[in-house]
Every structure is written in C-alpha cells, then in structure tokens.
Design a protein around this ligand. Structure first.
Ligand SMILES: Cc1ncc(COP(=O)(O)O)c(C=O)c1O
Length: 355
C-alpha cells in the first residue's frame, strides 16, 4: 500500500545511530534522568526552550508529545473558561476527537488559501462565550496552508480585543523547504494570551515523544500539576537525549538533512499532481510541512474505497471538519512515501478519478 495517509516521517529521516549515541551520553552524563523528577520536564531542556521563546523556564512544560499537552491545555481551559472552542475548518483530526470526548462545543472557523479568515474569526468571537481558539498557523495539518503575517497581526488584535486565549500549535514551522518564516502569534502577542506548542516529533523523531508548551506562568504551573497527577514525571531519558543532541550541535544539521529528504517528496508530489491532474483538481502548494490539500471533482470517500483497492491510501477531507463537510477534498501526506511511490500513487489516483 502506498500511504499518503500517514502523517509520519519517511524512515530515512530518523537517525538511529545519532539518537542511540545521544541516549547513551545522556544517561551516563546525568544518571538523574533515571529517577523521578519535575512533572514539567527535564530542566536543562526547559531552560533551552525558555531561552528560545524568550520566557522563563518555569513557563515551559515539556509533555509526552504535543498531543498530550493538547489534552492538558484543553482540560485546563474548559474548566477555567467554559465556552466554545474555535477551530480552523479543516483542522487536525485528533484534537477534534479529543474535544468531542471532553464534551467541548466546537465551532469551525472558515479558512482560505491564506489560512484562517480573520473576518470569520471575528464573527465567531461575537457569537458567544469562547474558551479558546486552537490554530495551526504554519504548514497546517491538514491543509498545508500558512497564515500570512498580516492575518497573524489581525488574529492577535482580535484575541486581545476579546480577551480570548489562543493555542498556537506549530510542530511543522521548522520543517521549511523555502521562503521566509513569518513571526509566530506568540512572538507577535508576547505570550500573555497565546500559548505556543510544538514538538520534536518532526525535527528529531516522533518516537522520542517530546513536545512542549510555552504558556502564561499560571497556566504552565497548572499544566505541570496535571502532568504530575497523570504520570508523576515524564520520560527524562528521551528529553535528555534530545537535549544532548542539541548540546552537541546536531539539531540544525539533522533538521537540514530532514528538510532535504522531505523537500524532494514535496516536489515529487507537486510535479505528479501537475502532470496528472492539472485542470481536474486543485491543491495547496506548501513551502514546508508534511501535507497538501486537494479539492476533488468527486466524492473523496468513494475515491478512497477505490484507491485502497488499487493500493493507495489517503485521508478523506471530511475527517478534518467538525461538521462533516469537506466531502470533495483529501489530505495527501508526502512525508512518508518514497519519491517514486509518490509518482506512482498520484498516477493511480488520477486514473481512478477519470474512471
Ligand atoms: C498539528 C499537529 N499537532 C500536534 C501533533 C502531535 O504531535 P506529537 O504528539 O507527536 O508531538 C501533530 C502530529 O501529527 C500535528 O500534526
């Protein structure tokens, strides 16, 4: 099966030798990583992340991947500020499931090619009490879209005007193949309302399960307390491994290597789509990340059934909408399959579309 469904890095992205070496150095260098410790994470890594975001280390909570932090953040916010949770339409499917499980009232906010539509956000904010806005402004999962700088400024203005907290989820920002990065919402706002979340899943390895939140001080303390009551302390061994990798200057070269491997895949998918589907479908052209979004002339669920029978899989658009829309759209991940599989898979999808 050629998978355009897996939002995972190609196996070559994961440097087992480097990680094994860093893990060994980490545990021998600081045997404390084998003990219980602070629920908010490995202190040297917190300090490094704090310096990177210009916040005190106590405001950084290192969680078991970004998604675990999403659960803690949402539980805290829903308890503190009951109200609707505003999400992009479409948005990452796992948070949608978590929000449904937690009984949140989810309000989808429209996007276009430039990302979240600030006018739609403004009218949603006027529509009732809001707990928080969840947004993925850069190389969004699932659409691959990036919010323009001008819109970032408007989103920050609106958050301030309405006093609404924002969760900025940014696991893909550093996985950029070209172009200049826009400022984060967190930088623009100063970190009073905006909590910044990211993870080493895409820049080191998903298996290390190291994500982080840079949050307002009081919220960070409450998220940390939640972490303690859930798992006492996080796995310091993997956090210290990531810290060792950074400390020995391997983070940037490893990231550059990953960017190279994934850019070839992004290019292969754009080329194949242009050759096979120009004039029949439209798609986003992300400058980074893992995904692109295709608007189809046919029903995606039906196409998926036929595609899987022919050995290609993807995720249908409807899975990323709270209200079941998106029936004629698909998320294609270019991160996992090889460049030749990407060409073959797109060609299979194109022939099924025409059949
Ligand atoms: C937008 C977004 N947020 C969070 C995550 C979760 O990442 P992790 O829990 O591996 O840090 C993902 C993973 O695909 C994602 O796409």
């Amino acid at each position: 099966m050629i998978s355009f469904a897996r939002g995972a890095p190609a196996p070559e992205c994961l440097d087992a030798e480097l990680l094994a070496d860093c893990a060994r150095a980490a545990v021998l260098g600081d045997p404390g990583v084998l003990a219980y410790g602070p629920g908010g994470g490995y202190e040297p890594l917190r300090a490094w992340l704090g310096a990177r975001h210009g916040v005190d280390a106590a405001r950084v909570v290192v969680t078991n991947g970004g998604l675990q932090g999403f659960v803690f953040y949402t539980e805290e916010l829903l308890a503190e500020r009951p109200g609707r949770v505003l999400v992009e339409a479409p948005t990452y499917d796992r948070p949608l499931k978590i929000l449904a499980r937690l009984g949140a009232d989810v309000v989808p906010v429209a996007m276009d090619a430039e990302g979240l539509d600030p006018d739609a956000l403004e009218s949603a904010l006027r529509g009732g009490a809001t707990s928080f806005l969840y947004t993925i402004p850069t190389f969004q999962n699932p659409s691959g879209r990036t919010l323009s700088t001008e819109r970032r400024r408007r989103v920050v203005e609106l958050a301030r005007e309405h006093g609404v907290p924002v969760l900025e989820d940014d696991p893909y920002g550093l996985v950029r193949y070209e172009g200049e990065p826009p400022p984060s919402l967190h930088e623009l706002e100063g970190g009073e309302l905006v909590t910044y979340a990211s993870s080493f899943s895409k820049t080191v390895a998903p298996g290390v399960r190291v994500g982080w939140f840079a949050a307002p001080a009081d919220l960070a303390a409450r998220i940390e307390a939640r972490a303690v009551s859930n798992y006492i302390s996080p796995p310091f061994l993997t956090q210290a491994t990531v810290h060792e990798l950074i400390g020995r200057g391997a983070f940037e070269p490893n990231l550059e290597r990953i960017r190279g491997l994934l850019k070839v895949r992004r290019d292969a998918m754009l080329t194949a789509l242009q050759q096979e589907l120009a004039g029949e479908a439209t798609w986003s052209e992300p400058q980074g990340g893992y995904f692109l979004w295709v608007d189809l002339p046919v029903d995606a669920a039906d196409l998926l059934t036929r595609a899987e029978a022919a050995g290609v899989t993807f995720v249908k658009g409807a899975d990323f909408f709270a209200d079941g829309s998106g029936s004629r759209a698909a998320r294609l991940a270019f991160s996992y399959a090889s460049p030749s599989e990407i060409g073959e898979g797109v060609s299979t999808l194109a022939s099924l579309l025409r059949a």
